[in-house]
Design a protein around this ligand. Structure first.
Ligand code: PEP
Ligand code: MN
Length: 345
């Protein structure tokens, strides 16, 4: 249950609500979150009687109580029916235009990331990506350039006029990364790294939360809930494929999750067809399909010279392919502009 407090509720009113909640049997400690339009208390509500709810709803500091069946609360469309729009510079995740994030898997050096940034800009992409802290399956693979890579990415983005996104893997590095990055990415392998989720929840920067490759949608939304519960409302979800059995594709792109998430949550949803497929030839068709399914944008790996990519070469597209993809995605979105998105629960 969520208790939404008035924006101007006094400390005494807040204390009275907390007191009454505990008296009604809410399991403490009460989780208090600063969220627009006012603060909220979140409580496990199984034991709170209807009479107690009515009494709490009538307290002076309370706007309303929201009782939801879902395990996630703040992420639920039931709590917030209107879609969350995450602004990054002039870009609006969840706004009317599909957002395109493009760039290499890894920042490899100054020249490579600058070329990638200029190519992304010229192709019409909105955000530059580039991994500097790489979550590699093997300890012997290239691990990324670390903070130096983050700084190179930020400089390349600034020179091209593009905000940047990069991954962070450790809670202790969040501050250093957000100093340079406009958006921080939590990767698939860290989707349930709870200390990291809490740390990015306190970072005051938009977070791109990728789906764990074996995570259910509820687990994913509960991971988002960790970030929201720390008071950071700027969460963007990114589907990147889930584990399948067929080695023809790296993962299986779960496109059904896109319209499903539109019903379950108010958070914007992106799709990453690069990690989903592992094949550059499949990236554009699935980017188009994602936007047709209602995705708020796509994230794709693009390298100025795909074949010499240090990581994920097979799925990297070149600048010309990115330009074609951007054009196709725009056309598909424009063709859908009359179709209303269902927000029913
Ligand atoms: C990435 O986007 O750089 C990445 C490593 O993807 P994922 O976490 O989805 O595997
Ligand atoms: Mn990659």
């Amino acid at each position: 249950m969520i208790v939404l407090l008035r924006e101007d509720a006094s400390p005494e009113e807040r204390a009275a609500v907390a007191h009454q909640l505990i008296a009604a049997g809410a399991q403490g400690p009460l989780h208090s979150v600063h969220a627009a339009p006012g603060d909220v208390f979140i409580v496990q509500d199984a034991t709170i009687t209807r009479a107690a709810r009515t009494a709490i709803a009538a307290l002076p500091g309370v706007v309303r109580l929201v009782t939801l069946e879902t395990p996630y609360q703040l992420a639920s469309r039931g709590f917030q029916p209107e879609k969350t729009v995450v602004p990054v510079g002039t870009v609006r995740f969840g706004g009317p235009q599909p957002v395109i994030i493009a760039g290499p898997c890894s920042v490899e050096g100054e020249r490579q990331i600058n070329e990638a940034a200029q190519a992304a800009r010229a192709a019409g992409a909105h955000i530059l990506r580039g991994g500097a802290f790489k979550p590699r399956t093997s300890p012997y693979s290239f691990q990324g350039l670390g903070l130096e890579g983050v700084a190179l990415l930020a400089r390349a983005g600034a020179a091209a006029g593009l905000p940047v996104v990069t991954e962070v893997m450790q809670p202790g590095m969040v501050e250093a990364v957000t100093e340079h990055a406009d958006i921080v990415q939590v990767g698939s392998r860290n989707m349930q790294n709870f200390p990291l989720l809490r740390a990015v929840g306190r970072a005051g920067r938009p977070v791109l939360l990728k789906r764990g490759f074996a995570a259910t949608i509820d687990e994913w939304l509960l991971a988002a809930e960790y970030i929201l519960a720390e008071g950071n409302a700027q969460v963007i979800l990114c589907e990147r494929g889930i584990r399948g059995f067929d080695p023809h594709t790296r993962n299986v792109l779960d496109l059904a999750c896109v319209p499903l998430l539109a019903r379950l949550t108010h958070l914007p949803v992106l799709v990453d067809p690069s990690h989903a497929t592992g094949h550059r030839a499949l990236v554009a068709p699935l980017a188009v399909a994602a936007v047709a399914a209602g995705a708020d944008g796509v994230m794709v790996e693009m390298h100025p010279q795909p074949d010499v990519s240090i990581s994920d070469a097979a799925q990297a597209i070149d600048p010309a392919a990115l330009a074609a993809l951007v054009e196709q995605v725009r056309r598909v979105r424009a063709s859908l502009s009359d179709v209303p998105v269902a927000a029913e629960r």
